[in-house]
Write a protein of this length. Structure first.
Length: 119
């Protein structure tokens, strides 16, 4: 399994972590993002078959402030770029309004983002 998350300017060094309650190979840590910096923390590990719970903390066990985005869990060992879920993309398409403006350009608006373009 591969996990990846963008960690944005933590107040202390931070990383992506994963642990299970399995007795062997139940813990893995990603690369560290230094305090004040930003970047992807990634980790890959083989998921044990004998576990009943797991935890995926982002940080390092110390009190910290940080923001993260683009969290993704994938089967396999290759982290692929983050993308919205297909059902989210379809929602945006279904709820976008197209308007022709007086100057001949178009405006698309879906409730939170506007895009303007000329023909």
């Amino acid at each position: 399994m591969t996990m990846r998350a963008w960690i944005d300017k933590p107040t202390v060094d931070a990383r992506l972590q994963a642990w299970t309650n399995a007795s062997n190979n139940g813990y893995a840590v990603g690369n560290t993002i230094k305090a004040g910096q930003s970047g992807y923390s990634r980790l890959t590990f083989k998921v044990p078959t004998s576990f009943t719970e797991w935890n995926i903390p982002i940080g390092n066990g110390k009190a910290a402030e940080l923001a993260y985005k683009e969290f993704k869990v994938e089967k396999g060992t290759i982290a692929t770029p983050w993308s919205p879920a297909p059902e989210d993309t379809q929602y945006i398409v279904d709820n976008t309004q197209m308007n022709r403006l007086q100057d001949g350009s178009f405006a698309a608006f879906n409730g939170y983002r506007a895009i303007y373009f000329r023909q």
